[in-house]
Design a binder for this molecule. Structure first.
Ligand SMILES: Nc1ncnc2c1ncn2[C@@H]1O[C@H](COP(=O)(O)OP(=O)(O)O)[C@@H](O)[C@H]1O
Ligand SMILES: [Mg+2]
Length: 341
């Protein structure tokens, strides 16, 4: 069984993608799901949110070894030569939350993916192009199986290039973080057609895969909705400027992205947490886990409680929309052999 992949995607930077993946990964784990967070952004910001410098030095050694591959790039590096995908040594954050770290060297993989894309439509040597193009998905599935994960959360960089195309063909559900401004509306107009094209281009390639030597992702990229981020700079402007843009988003989203009829595509309007955001980064924990010892006292403490409720509501809504099972029991039942009863 394939584990569902949920990707947070927008080709605009600074809209809160990484922060959202980080907080939701913690919250899903908090409410009982087993979670894999995978960092597919060559800038590796998600990885930097999870780990301190000493840990990062261990994850990114000068000479990575093939016997202890941590990052997504270290797992895929042998494919660039003549080797095979390596099993990821994930990093444990909690028993319910494991990370496949990102890697700045992933940027160099873009070219390999660009080359593999047309080759996957060819008539011979399909093994390697398909191995390359689905590498992110293969590694994510290996990590998920090792930890009996219920969900894989993927963070990606702000681009419409070959790396993100491979990330999206590995994606079952897409959430689009958006700011309420002109850029968001313009960006949606690029995003919608890009997703449509990637979906159909991937289907053509899948149809060309007759040997079936290994499994491929479905590449459904089903739009699960958007999250509206309320940024501080915008809050300083007249409220009307924010709401004017915010009001136009639902119609524009429906027009260019689409989604399930009858359900509200807006999953949440996330507050700007102001000074709690740097406080949480400093403490290397999610905003909703800050304590008095971290400096969250008085109004801050109340904001921490409110943030917990906000992320819990969003996580529960996603569990519902994606049809995820929270309890581990379903998985446990599967591994008990019928004869042991
Ligand atoms: N809800 C929020 N409240 C406060 N700061 C936020 C919030 N979301 C994101 N940020 C901050 O805004 C910056 C950009 O967010 P980030 O998640 O890195 O965006 P992206 O991944 O889309 O580039 C980061 O410094 C992050 O800490
Ligand atoms: Mg980011």
């Amino acid at each position: 069984m394939n584990i569902p992949v949920l990707t947070f995607f927008n080709n605009k930077g600074g809209v809160g993608k990484t922060s959202l993946v980080y907080h939701l990964a913690w919250m899903f784990a908090e409410i009982g799901l087993s979670v894999i967070a995978i960092d597919l952004d060559p800038q590796a910001n998600l990885t930097a949110s999870f780990f301190d410098e000493d840990t990062l030095l261990g994850i990114w050694p000068d000479k990575p070894s093939d016997t202890n591959a941590h990052t997504i790039y270290q797992c895929l590096r042998p494919l660039v030569r003549t080797g095979e995908i390596l099993t990821p040594h994930t990093k444990e954050i909690t028993p319910k939350l494991h990370v496949v770290p990102g890697d700045l060297a992933l940027a160099g993989f873009e070219e390999n993916l660009s080359e593999a894309w047309p080759n996957a439509l060819g008539s011979n040597d399909l093994y390697r192009p398909f191995r390359l193009l689905t590498g992110f998905w293969q590694v994510a599935q290996m990590a998920a199986k090792a930890h009996r994960a219920n969900i894989i959360l993927a963070d990606v960089g702000p681009s419409l290039g070959a790396i993100n195309r491979s990330a999206l063909i590995a994606t079952d559900h897409v959430v689009i973080p958006l700011a309420a401004d002109l850029f968001a509306l313009q960006g949606l107009r690029n995003l919608g057609p890009t997703l449509t094209r990637w979906r159909s281009d991937w289907k053509k390639r899948r149809d060309n895969w007759s040997t079936k030597e290994f499994r491929l992702p479905g590449g459904k990229m089903h739009p699960a909705g958007y999250v509206l981020m309320q940024h501080a700079e915008r809050l300083k402007r007249p409220v009307r400027a924010y709401s004017q843009w915010a009001e136009r988003i639902p119609e524009e989203y429906q027009r260019v992205i689409g989604g399930d009829g009858g359900v509200d595509a807006c999953l949440a309007r996330l507050k700007h947490y102001r000074s709690l955001a740097p406080m949480a980064q400093e403490a290397r924990k999610p905003i909703f886990k800050l304590t008095a010892a971290d400096g969250a006292i008085g109004n801050h403490a109340r904001a921490v409680t409110a943030a917990y409720d906000d992320f819990k509501r969003l996580a529960e809504l996603l569990i519902d929309r994606l049809g995820l099972e929270v309890s581990d029991q379903r998985v446990d039942h599967q591994i008990i052999p019928a004869s042991s009863a």
